[in-house]
Design a protein around this ligand. Structure first.
Ligand code: FES
Length: 385
């Protein structure tokens, strides 16, 4: 570790002011790798993927897991890319268990075997979250760009429940699979899932390239809200369903990541600490690395975490808004993607000058956008044939 006294001199006044407005991180998303067998058109990994050569080693991850526990982190989400690509995942889960972290595996599950899941269970894995791209193979395998993937996921979900592990179904929804939402809810119940996340695509990074192919129509949204509300009432105590209105059609922005640098951070495969998984889409931010600093130093002092922490950085209309400590100005990555300045109000907010044009854009793209995806993989963009 190369912590220098001088580093402390770099703590900005903004950082000091922000310090009063955040607590300790409760959860961390560890992106073990950007490698992934799927080719989802809404992939949330950065447009510039990190190579396997740049990835943190097992020893580095284990050290960082220890630092997380010391910092007060409770939950570690092992994610990617596809975390199962890492052959040392069992070692990392075992170490997380040893230092007292609750570990969640966020996986596409297409590479999972019964034996590997048992080994992860024996290492202390506490929870499994499997992504689904639809309710049946025809749609799901096309969206993920992976043949027979849906059947593999169903199998892995059953193994998860056989082992007694809690299961969350994560379904990323968009115009081309929303018609299967009712089926996804029933599938989740049949699989014995505890929770279903109905996650709308977020349009930054790679998803921005496919926005016109993914944007839902207004009619779909109305139907989605009706289906979700009916299922939430009917399945109380059986299946918890999380759902948030998609940003482009919302009146108020969401509190993204629980507020920038307030209770969460993300670690990239090479060790960069990010306030959220998409923060690298914002140009001009400098991200500290766990290879150079302790997590404790980074949490309190890193420039990227302090830049939009709290409310002191806000310009109008956020600055004088009654909701500024409720939504913290919405999503910085979306503000940057749509306005070119991450400090601007998130256009998802009705107070943003761009709100109305955003709504119109969503409406137009949903009605006229092409259905063809631009898949993403390590060799770049692959147009759907
Ligand atoms: Fe980065 Fe919302 S995704 S702040």
């Amino acid at each position: 570790m190369t912590e220098m006294k001088d580093d402390f001199a770099l703590v900005t006044r903004a950082g000091e002011a922000a310090r009063a407005s955040y607590g300790m991180p409760l959860a961390v998303l560890a992106e073990l790798t950007h490698r992934c067998p799927l080719q989802c058109p809404y992939c949330s990994n950065p447009v510039e993927l990190e190579t396997s050569r740049a990835e943190l080693t097992t020893a580095e991850w284990c050290r960082v897991l220890g630092e997380m526990a010391e910092l007060g982190v409770l939950q570690i989400h092992f994610s990617g890319g596809e975390p199962l690509v890492r052959k040392d995942l069992e070692q990392m889960v075992a170490h997380a268990t040893e230092v007292g972290l609750y570990s969640n595996l966020i996986t596409s599950a297409v590479m999972l075997t019964r034996e590997r899941l048992s080994r992860l269970y024996d290492a202390g894995l506490s929870h499994v979250q499997i992504s689904f791209q639809g309710a049946e193979s025809m749609v799901a395998d096309r969206v993920g760009g992976f043949a027979k993937g849906h059947a593999k996921k169903l199998e892995a979900a059953r193994w998860t429940r056989e082992l007694g592990l809690p299961l969350t179904v994560n379904a990323v929804m968009h115009r081309q699979n929303l018609h299967q939402l009712a089926g996804i809810i029933e599938m989740s119940v049949e699989l014995g899932a505890d929770r279903l996340e109905v996650a709308n695509v977020q349009y930054y990074g790679w998803a921005l390239k496919n926005r016109a192919a993914l944007m839902p129509t207004r009619a779909q949204l109305e139907e989605t809200t009706r289906i979700v509300e009916e299922a939430q009432a009917r399945l109380q105590g059986v299946l918890a369903i999380d759902y948030v209105m998609p940003d482009y059609y919302a009146l108020r922005p969401k509190q993204c990541m629980g507020g920038w640098g307030r209770q969460f951070f993300n670690i990239s495969p090479s060790g960069k600490v990010l306030p959220c998984h998409a923060a690298e889409t914002i140009t001009g931010l400098d991200f500290a690395s766990v290879r150079d600093h302790s997590l404790e130093w980074i949490w309190h002092n890193a420039e990227a975490l302090n830049r939009y922490r709290g409310t002191d950085w806000m310009p109008e209309p956020c600055k004088s808004c009654d909701f500024k400590e409720v939504d913290f100005g919405g999503c910085r990555c979306q503000a940057f993607a749509l306005t070119g300045n991450a400090a601007n109000a998130d256009p998802a907010c009705v107070k943003s000058a761009l709100h109305e044009s955003l709504f119109q854009l969503a409406d137009t793209e949903a009605e006229t956008g092409s259905e063809r995806f631009l898949y993403r993989n390590f060799s770049g963009g692959v147009p759907e044939s």
